[in-house]
Design a protein around this ligand. Structure first.
Ligand code: BF8
Length: 671
């Protein structure tokens, strides 16, 4: 009887194979059970989702609520009479919640961008010598986009302007984009002209980045904006201010001061950790910290110090978007996605996990308590309450000292490892670092850099279209399953995939980021192009702020010609198969209003308000040429994107070309 009682009380444990498609993660989930360490995979079994919150119709914006407006069983019949205490309708509540998610996401990306812009200003003012301008070409291009003069007229002659002056003015103008009191955001003009004019006509051009986010918080306060269409206008302004503002500035400034990425080789998955090395894992988003740690960890004196402590060296690796930042600029290996952060500690070989901002699970502190791992927070806005966490506030003015202290702390901790080390021996080779510039180079060569090669192959049908597949992991669905199924289905059908964020890491772990993957997984047309140009069928474009690179690549395609005058006209689609964060909603929305049909998986927080749901999932196409869609089945998800791509091919009159090319290839194969 006592035995039975004990059994009934045993915690629910996640089935490793049902929780992840990744063998390394399965091994670590099983290991967590052996060691009695709880992870998100177990908690996902016991913590059920709120069935009303998931519909987007729970309002907790005042203390008379929360008011909950679930859809009645059988849906709405006749008039929708549901109301909150104040009278707010389901549409109003769902739209308010939705744009608050946009505000959260845009704030996260844009505040990251502000942090980078402040460091850039310190560089320009020569207040730091740890960071410098690394890419002068990019600086000059950004200066031009921000209206900063790069030449000066002297005695009727046009001369190059002093670089220090350009740097300072560019940094000042860039930083002003967050809070200037007049005018409009400058970067939306980088979009195709037709897109910019559409935004202007719709009245959704952002004024500055911060204002659009603040205005969302105002409009969604009780008793302010009570029309879902008007609320979405503001959501749209803030999303544009993110994609074509805060995120794009973050990417550009990071390229200026840390270097523009070019293709690099590396490896991905928990197996990049080394038992005989000090394992230092950097997790978060802003590369301000990781750039210096990379430099410090590679110093000979640090490597010697590690050796003096019995290690063979220092193995740096990354989790989440910091991983992508360090990978694309330095070839530092990817340790794992969002859902693998606890698992990296469960290896018993993580000597320190250093975190900055965003996507950090508080539970890493509790997992670390079971091991020797030091968890170090570094950002003033992101601290953890558990008392085993060390806070070393990182500041660009004493960046080297901070980074040295952190790396030394990891090295000193190497000798404290317990006997429970178990690193899963799984990793995959990868090629990453495909920015807008390097893609142009790959397509056209150094003398004739152009996107026209891509356009040409889209027009002739070898490449059916392009998809941006991005976003998070979500513990409510099998880790990486939907990411990989969607991406494989797309490339099998000749759709070139551009990836960022945790989708990029998932694809990396699955071996899809190598040129060789094209022959194995891509359709005949795409495989032929990848082989000719020497690129993988899935191009890693960086972190989540680097989704701005996808916007600019899509714009380059428009500029190269032959595929319409706007992003909404050529065969391109977006996807976030396992999204979970507010950032993903902001990204999705700036994709949509930039003209991209965008599908999400898992859940979509508007289902409880069918009228509002139809507005952004159907009516939006008539306004912006892009719209949201929701499809949890990954194969159907991919085919919805392919159907949209085919629709655009038909509208452009290039659908026939594709049929011809496929016949040519088949007959060549027969020969
Ligand atoms: O910004 S994809 S889980 S890591 S939110 Fe977070 Fe989502 Fe990963 Fe990067 Ni983006």
């Amino acid at each position: 009887m006592a035995e039975e009682k004990k059994k009934a009380k045993a915690p629910k444990l996640a089935d490793p194979v049902a929780s992840s498609i990744d063998v390394a993660s399965q091994e670590m989930i099983a290991r967590s059970h052996e060691l009695g360490v709880e992870t998100i995979f177990d908690r996902a079994l016991t913590m059920k989702r709120c069935s009303i919150g998931v519909q987007g119709t729970c309002c907790k914006n005042c203390s008379m609520g929360p008011c909950r407006l679930p859809l009645p069983k059988g849906g709405i019949v006749g008039e929708d009479t549901r109301k909150g205490l104040c009278g707010a309708t389901a549409n109003t509540i769902a739209a308010r919640n939705f744009i608050r998610m946009i505000a959260g996401g845009a704030a996260a990306h844009s505040d990251h961008g502000r942090g980078v812009a402040e460091v850039f200003l310190s560089v320009a003012r020569k207040e730091t010598d740890v960071y410098q301008v690394k890419d002068v070409d990019k600086l000059l291009a950004v200066a031009k986009d921000l209206g900063v003069a790069t030449t000066v007229e002297v005695d009727g002659e046009e001369l190059d302007r002093d670089l220090d002056e350009i740097t300072l003015e560019t940094a000042e103008v860039a930083l002003a984009e967050w809070g200037k009191s007049e005018g409009e955001l400058l970067y939306p003009k980088k979009a195709p002209k037709a897109r910019y004019e559409l935004w202007k006509k719709q009245g959704v051009l952002p004024r500055n980045i911060d204002r659009e986010i603040v205005e969302i918080m105002h409009r969604t306060h009780i008793g302010v904006d009570m029309h879902y269409k008007n609320l979405m206008k503001q959501g749209t302004r803030a999303a544009i201010a993110d994609g074509w503002g805060g995120s794009m500035l973050a990417t550009d400034i990071q390229d200026i001061i840390f270097g523009t990425p070019y293709p690099v080789q590396s490896e991905a998955n928990l197996g990049v950790m080394k038992e005989d090395h000090v394992n230092l894992i950097i997790h978060g988003h802003e590369p301000i910290l990781s750039e210096v740690i990379v430099a410090v960890a590679q110093k000979q004196e640090m490597i010697d110090y590690a050796k003096s402590k019995g290690a063979k060296g220092i193995q740096l690796s990354g989790i989440c978007c910091t991983a992508n930042e360090m990978l694309q600029r330095h070839g530092i290996p990817l340790c794992g996605t969002f859902l693998q952060q606890e698992l990296a500690i469960i290896t018993g070989a993580c000597d320190a996990m250093v975190v900055d901002i965003q996507c950090i699970m508080q539970n890493i502190a509790d997992v670390a308590k079971c091991f020797h791992t030091k968890v170090i927070t570094t950002h003033r806005i992101a601290q953890i309450e558990q008392d085993n966490v060390i806070h070393i506030e990182f500041d660009e003015h004493h960046a080297l000292e901070d980074a040295e202290r952190i790396v030394k702390m990891a090295i000193d901790n190497f000798e404290n490892r317990g006997a429970e080390v178990m690193i899963p021996q799984h990793k995959a080779p990868i090629v990453a670092g495909f920015g807008v510039e390097s893609t142009e180079y790959h397509l056209g060569g150094s003398f004739r850099g152009t996107y026209y090669t891509l356009n040409d192959n889209i027009i002739n049908g070898r490449v059916r279209g392009v998809a941006g597949v991005v976003g998070c992991n979500n513990a409510r669905t099998r880790h990486n399953n939907d990411h990989i199924k969607v991406v494989k289905e797309l490339i099998k059908n000749d759709v070139l995939v551009l990836t960022t964020g945790c989708n990029a890491i998932a694809c990396a772990m699955e071996g899809l980021l190598t040129p060789e993957a094209a022959a194995v997984h891509a359709g005949a047309g795409l495989a032929e192009v990848c082989e000719t140009v020497g690129i993988p069928p899935v191009l890693h474009l960086g972190s989540c702020v680097d989704n701005s690179r996808i916007l600019l690549a899509a714009t380059e395609v428009v500029k190269a010609g032959g595929l319409g005058n706007d992003i909404s006209e050529w065969p391109v689609a977006g996807s976030a198969p396992e999204w979970m964060s507010e950032k993903a909603i902001s990204i999705g929305h700036y994709f949509v209003v930039s003209g991209v049909y965008t599908v999400v998986g898992v859940t979509f927080p508007t289902s409880g308000a069918p009228v509002f749901n139809d507005y952004i999932c159907k009516d939006f196409e008539n306004i912006y040429g892009g719209m949201w869609d929701f499809e949890p089945d990954p194969i159907k998800h991919a085919h919805k994107m392919i159907a949209h791509i085919d629709k655009k091919r038909k509208e452009l009159g290039i659908d026939k070309a594709r049929e011809r090319v496929m016949m040519d290839f088949a007959s060549r194969q027969a020969l």
